[in-house]
Write a protein of this length. Structure first.
Length: 374
């Protein structure tokens, strides 16, 4: 039974909760009486069969909701399901179609719900070879792969790429895309479990580097390229090149925040800016996930001498940019019809989301997919 657009449903929202000092943390809550927004002429009402929970930097939300932000922030942006109702101007979809798509990050309607409303331009038809859970789990990774391919337009076959956190669900698909472009890949892992995950890729890697036992990834890159360096580096963030003990920090909350960031960098085996630049070849591309990356003058000079370029990777930009929405649709449709392996996943129900959300990682080996059906 399909609800009218004025009906209520269950959905997951984030709200801020005090966590000591001036810092606030986002906590996921299950709301039992969420009112669906009004369906406009260009909107599509989708009965959600699967919704992926992807980690989003908490610092992003205040920028998307200026002036203090909304009281509640939606959870879940990559969905797959069945069309329940269409607006008067919608032409590409009909009731009953199986679809998949990405909600814009500034949406007010959660994808992690029984129903959600998306603009027509955010949806594509679901390929038959993918089930709904496969689709939802892989959408974010496809958006990242599309972003990386845009940065590397013109890269020649045989170019060597260094990918940190190679076994994460997003980078797993990006590596498959790079291999399809005949790019040679050096993938970094930090455990035997991650190595086993990458071994599922049919095309062989140039080399797999276990950072837990490798002293210098720079030496590996120079060895594999005859001292020339790699043409592409995709990082997993950037480690600080300083120690907290080198500074006098009077604020206890600031010191705690810096220590947490340093601990996170060590756990994810991040490289420093100097190490990444040292890996780059002449004309190389550095693709970074570090949103607040700043190059000091000596580092900028090294990039200049290499003729290298720096790209900031933020896949959510495609759903926020009106000019690029059609490009993303075409890319998602093309990538989903290729032979890419879908992302590994674990499933959960709506009731499990509040506890599972707190444990989300930026680089998970398996995507958490919510199946909202009662």
């Amino acid at each position: 039974r399909l609800p009218p657009t004025s009906a209520t449903m269950r959905g997951i929202y984030l709200s801020y909760e005090a966590s000591g000092g001036a810092r606030r943390k986002l906590v996921a809550r299950l709301e039992d009486h969420v009112i669906l927004p009004r369906l406009t002429d260009s909107d599509v009402l989708v009965q959600v069969r699967a919704c992926a929970l992807s980690w989003v930097d908490p610092k992003t939300f205040p920028l998307l909701h200026p002036g203090g932000g909304a009281d509640q922030l939606p959870v879940g942006f990559e969905v797959s399901g069945t069309v329940a109702k269409v607006g008067a101007a919608v032409q590409r979809f009909a009731i009953g179609d199986s679809v998949a798509g990405c909600l814009p990050l500034d949406t007010k309607c959660p994808g992690c719900a029984e129903y959600c409303i998306l603009p027509e331009y955010c949806l594509v038809h679901k390929p038959q070879r993918f089930c709904h859970v496969d689709c939802a789990a892989t959408l974010s990774a496809l958006a990242q792969a599309h972003s990386v391919s845009k940065f590397l337009n013109g890269v020649q076959p045989g170019t060597v790429a260094l990918v940190f956190s190679g076994a994460s669900v997003d980078n797993h698909v990006t590596i498959q895309m790079l291999l399809s472009m005949e790019v040679k890949v050096i993938a970094c892992v930090s455990s035997s479990e991650e190595a086993m995950s990458l071994n599922q890729i049919q095309s062989p890697l140039l080399r797999m580097v276990d950072l837990s036992s490798t002293k210098s990834v720079v030496d590996v890159c120079l060895q594999e390229t005859g001292g020339l360096g790699v043409g592409v580096v995709l990082d997993n963030g950037v480690a600080p090149s300083y120690a907290i003990s080198d500074f006098i920090v009077e604020s206890a909350s600031l010191k705690r925040e810096l220590e947490e960031d340093a601990c996170s960098s060590a756990n994810k085996h991040m490289a420093t800016k100097y190490q990444i630049i040292s890996c780059l070849a002449t004309g190389g591309h550095w693709v970074t996930l570090q949103p607040d990356l700043q190059l000091d003058p000596p580092e900028a000079i090294l990039m200049h001498l290499r003729g290298a370029s720096l790209h900031f990777l933020f896949p959510g930009v495609w759903s926020l940019s009106g000019r690029e929405q059609g490009v993303l649709l075409g890319a998602l449709q093309d990538l989903m019809t290729t032979g890419l392996l879908p992302c590994a996943y674990e499933t959960a129900c709506l009731e499990d989301v509040p506890s599972a959300f707190a444990a989300l990682s930026p680089f998970p080996l398996k995507r958490l997919v919510v199946t909202p059906a009662r």
